[in-house]
Design a protein around this ligand. Sequence first.
Ligand code: PGA
Length: 220
Amino acid sequence: MDKKIIIANWKSNKNINDAENFITSFAQNINRINLENKQIIIAPSYQLLFSCKNFIEKYNLPISLSVQDVSPFGQGAFTGEVNSYQVKELADFVIIGHSERRELFNENDEILFKKVNEAKNNNLKVVYCLQNSSQKIPNGVDIVAYEPPSAIGSGKPDDPSHVESVFNEISNSFNGKILYGGSVDGDNVRDFIYINSCGGLLIGGASLEVDSFTQILLQW
Ligand code: PGA
């Protein structure tokens, strides 16, 4: 069965203790979730990766790990950067071009394309975020996530019929899975997951608590 990709984007939240508590408690819910039709990916901050990986292994959970960003550079004298070579040891996916990176950290196409290049050179799978269908998608991207800025963290998700038309526009130039993100929760998830061309979801706020995240995953 074709699996929907569900990414929990924890953003800049949780310390190691919080992350371990989340995974321990989520492990108790996993048997209730239909995993035939979904692939679960958690995207914590870098410093939580090692501990998340250990806990996922400890409970033998079918969860992959992603990072939320990555350096545009390789190894070397780039103080403060975490590069794709380092990430690959702990995670399989990387989110690049999230709206918050574009807006708060002035990331433009040139930087984002370099990040994709580095990620692909290190065999990471790239989830590339678009704010609208006119933004460029670099070569090598595996998954696209459409996240209109007005829907992110606002409690006001995009209209599902608009999402469907944006998916169609994106699929004119992109072949892989396309996810929707922006104020998805347990009450509205079915509006999006049943859109024909929906490849999955990128979930922020509602992925932070085990209960709200599980509620989403129990809906289909
Ligand atoms: P939200 O965030 O679910 O809190 O709106 C989504 C995202 O920014 O990835």
